[in-house]
Design a protein around this ligand. Structure first.
Ligand code: APR
Length: 247
């Protein structure tokens, strides 16, 4: 096992906030969005990932998300060493470890992360656009689905955050960012706000160390005090070992 020793060891009771993006799930077999050949090079996000797209052509949105939900549920898609390393950190770090993921896949959940926020929602829930009722959902959605709460048809949608919508649990996230000892950003290109701005929030409000673990420098790379570039299945377990050895 490789070990990356952080140049600054957070206090042992310090809170660690970890932002993750599509890159952490890449080696589990899921596509990222903005890498060459990524999802947004094949589909226009304006056609499938905005409230306007859903209003204009709900069948098309459903087809896109049904395909992706089915892919995520395939037997070969499993949590990888990076997801598992974050579970180990949560179990062994004396302070709080909070994972804030932009990913709508459930690989952190399946690995066993407990203190986890899905700021962009998750595929495995559906929400009624009419009354906001949320239900667990692992199957396909269609325009004929009826909401079990309000009885209306046509409004059931994946409980994910589309462009132009507010991410979830932002108050809790900003509270944690403002009072953390270490902020780690893993597998995200730093193109989508508000997540891309978290490092700036930490720099302004918390006396925290910041580190980026990514395949390549993100759009916000210069804002981090420390960076390690390589596949998440290598850098994340190595970084977690370094943190645990600092105890
Ligand atoms: N290990 C680590 N990082 C990786 C790996 C890997 N194996 N493979 C790719 N990456 C990096 C890429 O270099 C890139 O910087 O992961 C990042 C993925 O970036 P994006 O595709 O832009 O994904 P993300 O940052 O999560 O996107 C944010 O945009 O479309 C929306 O809602 C969607 O949540 C998503 C948001």
């Amino acid at each position: 096992m490789n070990i990356l020793t952080p140049p600054v060891s957070p206090p042992r009771d310090g809170r660690i906030v970890i932002l993750t993006g599509a890159g952490i799930s890449k080696e589990s077999g899921l596509e990222t969005f903005r890498d060459a050949g990524g999802i947004w090079s094949k589909v226009r996000l304006e056609d499938v990932a905005t409230p306007e797209a859903f209003a204009r052509d709900p069948e098309r949105c459903h087809a896109f998300y049904n395909m992706r939900r089915a892919r995520h549920g395939a037997a070969d898609i499993q949590p990888n060493a990076a997801h598992h390393a974050l579970v180990k950190l949560e179990a062994q770090w004396p302070g709080e470890v909070l994972v804030v993921t932009q990913n709508v896949d459930t690989l952190h959940d399946r690995a066993g992360s407990k203190n986890l926020i899905h700021m962009h929602g998750t595929y495995n829930q559906a929400r009624c656009n009419r009354c906001e009722h949320v239900i667990p959902n692992t199957g396909d959605l269609s325009t004929s689905d009826v909401c079990t709460a309000c009885g209306e048809a046509g409004g059931m949608r994946p409980n994910v955050v589309w462009f132009g919508e507010m991410p979830m649990e932002m108050a809790r996230i900003y509270d944690a960012l403002s009072d953390c000892a270490l902020f780690l950003s893993i597998g995200t290109s730093g193109n989508v706000y508000p997540a891309a701005g978290f490092v700036a929030v930490v720099r302004k409000h918390a006396a925290a160390h910041t580190a980026e673990l990514n395949l390549e420098p993100s759009a916000g790379a210069t804002l981090f005090a420390e960076a390690h570039y390589g596949p998440a299945t290598e850098t994340v377990p190595a970084y977690v070992e370094g943190l645990l050895q600092s105890l």
